[in-house]
Ligand binder design. Structure first.
Ligand SMILES: Nc1nc2c(ncn2[C@@H]2O[C@H](COP(=O)(O)OP(=O)(O)OP(=O)(O)O)[C@@H](O)[C@H]2O)c(=O)[nH]1
Ligand SMILES: [Mg+2]
Length: 522
């Protein structure tokens, strides 16, 4: 059958204007038709708007991954500070006790070393007590960290409590060829006067729970135990799935504040906080004196202990923090160190930015090796991962396994994430983090090639080093990804809020764009 003419098509024939239409009838018909088209276009536009909104309504799912102390939680804090000011304001005061714990731990660690060094110096100038028939007293006082496991029990996978050598402080360092350190009575007096801080530390650790203590070994032998069967088995042990705000640890304080029997409890909590702040304020001068003391500095240098490089270092801020009227700042919160335990979910509705009005679900995970098996169950339907690799750690070992170089561990972990089939369509964003500490370390004369032989004779500066590390991560991504994907990388120091805001702005836009594109394909 050949094509039918316009006149023969029954639909066209029905739609065609009547043959004997007058000009007035024609005007009326055309008006009606254009009105109908306008209404139809409006309906189409409304449907399009609803579809866009629907796409935006599906939450963006973002995971923050990386080894312990890589800066995941610090990055999350930057996100909140930038896009969810309201939530940030509500929670900022809860961080005060974490900053206080960090400060107290900084000084207790130093006092521990000092006490041991003085005891050792004393005993080396006396004849051996045993030779005089005197029973020997224990020379070691408990280290500040060794009180932790008893005061705040660790979860079953995290039962290890042996600090690494830099914090173990059980043996003194003999410095052949160097004159003996000149300890005076003032040092002994300072140790005595700072003794109450030991109790303050254990009280704060007890109240904050598991997160307040660091891990010093692990039962995990793999960098990325993503085996689903292993994760199913182990997840129960230690995955804490928290959907209601900041750290579970901080929740304890917040819950007390909100609690039904509040009046009595609230007074108790406040008085505990006031008491802690009072004791610390009373020790302000002594803390500063110890930290600035020449002999103490020399002692730390001989032991190669650099408190200023450790997580949650606040000794340079003692004059501001050790005060009864201490007001916490945004920078303090970002620098405060509280270990993440398990996997914590944050549901965040963006107040502005490209994602304004839409919900993001961000997952902050514990990064120690024994925590990683729990990550797997959060990989499904994940839009993006921000992977943090702390590049200043090229010459450090994992706290939980002293045989493993931290940069090497980051490479292995990155390879597993890139190669994971469940994540093959997930956007991967790499942050080469702690560039500020890398810069400081290289300025002090650390040589990259001593720890990374393949670095060879390249220039030992930040630009060359980060280019070199970046290239290695890129090759891993290319080699391990099941399907080709772009390589997004940023050089970061996430304690620097200003530069991190710029980075997160770009990251947010890119993740949202991918998220909407993915929704279009569905
Ligand atoms: N100087 C410096 N410190 C950083 C940087 N990023 C993070 N930190 C600090 O390093 C410490 C550890 O950071 P976190 O964000 O707690 O590390 P994490 O990856 O969440 O660690 P886990 O919870 O144990 O897995 C904190 O005290 C941070 O403030 C950085 O770029 N430069
Ligand atoms: Mg964390």
């Amino acid at each position: 059958m050949g094509p039918r003419s316009y006149d023969e098509d029954p639909l066209n024939a029905a739609m065609a204007p009547p043959a004997n239409e007058t000009p007035a009838q024609r005007n009326a018909r055309e008006r009606a038709e254009s009105e109908a088209k306008r209404v139809s276009d409006e309906i189409d536009a409304e449907l399009r708007r609803e579809r866009e909104l629907e796409k935006k309504r599906k939450p963006v799912k973002l995971l923050l991954l990386g080894q312990s102390e890589s800066g995941k939680t610090a990055t999350l804090k930057n996100f909140q500070l930038l896009y969810c000011k309201r939530l940030w304001q509500e929670e900022r005061s809860s961080w005060r006790c974490v900053v206080l714990l960090n400060l107290v731990r900084n000084i207790n660690d130093i006092v521990d070393i000092l006490t041991r060094e003085m005891a050792s110096a004393r005993s080396s100038t006396l004849p051996p007590a045993s030779s005089l028939g005197i029973p020997q007293p224990p020379t070691a006082i408990p280290t500040s960290t060794s009180s932790s496991p008893t005061s705040s029990p660790l979860s079953s996978d995290e039962e290890d409590d042996e600090p690494p050598p830099s914090r173990r402080q059980s043996a003194t360092i003999s410095s052949p060829g160097l004159p003996a350190l000149k300890f005076k009575d003032k040092h002994r007096l300072l140790c005595l006067r700072l003794a109450p801080l030991r109790r303050v530390q254990s009280d704060l650790e007890q109240r904050l729970g598991t997160a307040a203590t660091e891990l010093y070994s692990t039962s995990a032998t793999s960098a990325a135990p993503f085996d689903p069967s292993a994760s199913a088995k182990r997840e129960k042990e230690f995955s804490i799935h928290s959907t209601n705000g900041w750290k579970t640890a901080l929740e304890r304080f917040r819950a007390l504040r909100r609690s039904g029997e509040e009046q009595g409890m609230l007074r108790k909590v406040r008085s505990m906080e006031d008491e802690v702040q009072g004791i610390i304020s009373g020790c302000r001068e002594d803390i500063r004196t110890v930290w600035e003391d020449r002999v103490v500095r020399e002692m730390l240098a001989r032991r190669k202990v650099r408190p200023e490089d450790s997580a949650g270092f606040f000794l340079n801020d003692v004059d501001r923090i050790a005060r009864t009227d201490y007001q916490i700042t945004d920078d303090d919160i970002i620098r405060a160190r509280l270990r993440t335990v398990g996997v914590q979910e944050y549901r965040v509705t963006f107040e502005h930015g490209h994602s304004a009005g839409s919900e993001w679900r961000m997952y902050d995970v514990g990064g120690t090796r024994s925590s990683r098996a729990a990550w797997y169950s959060y990989f499904d339907d994940c839009d993006a991962i921000i992977f943090l690799a702390p590049v200043s750690c090229f010459d450090e070992k994992l706290a939980e396994d002293r045989r493993v170089n931290r940069l090497e561990d980051s490479y292995m972990l990155w390879r597993s994430v890139c190669g994971c089939k469940l994540l093959s369509r997930t956007q991967l964003v790499l942050f080469l983090n702690k560039c500020d500490l890398l810069q400081a370390k290289l300025m002090r004369g650390a040589k990259i090639r001593d720890s990374v032989p393949s670095f060879g004779d390249r220039k030992n500066d930040v630009a060359t080093a980060t280019r070199y590390f970046q290239q290695h991560f890129k090759e891993i991504l290319r080699g391990a990804s099941p399907i080709q994907r772009p390589f997004y990388v940023h050089l970061t120091s996430v304690i620097d809020r200003k530069s991190t805001a710029v980075t997160l702005g770009a990251v947010e836009e890119s993740i949202l764009r991918d998220h909407l594109r993915r929704a279009d394909l569905m």
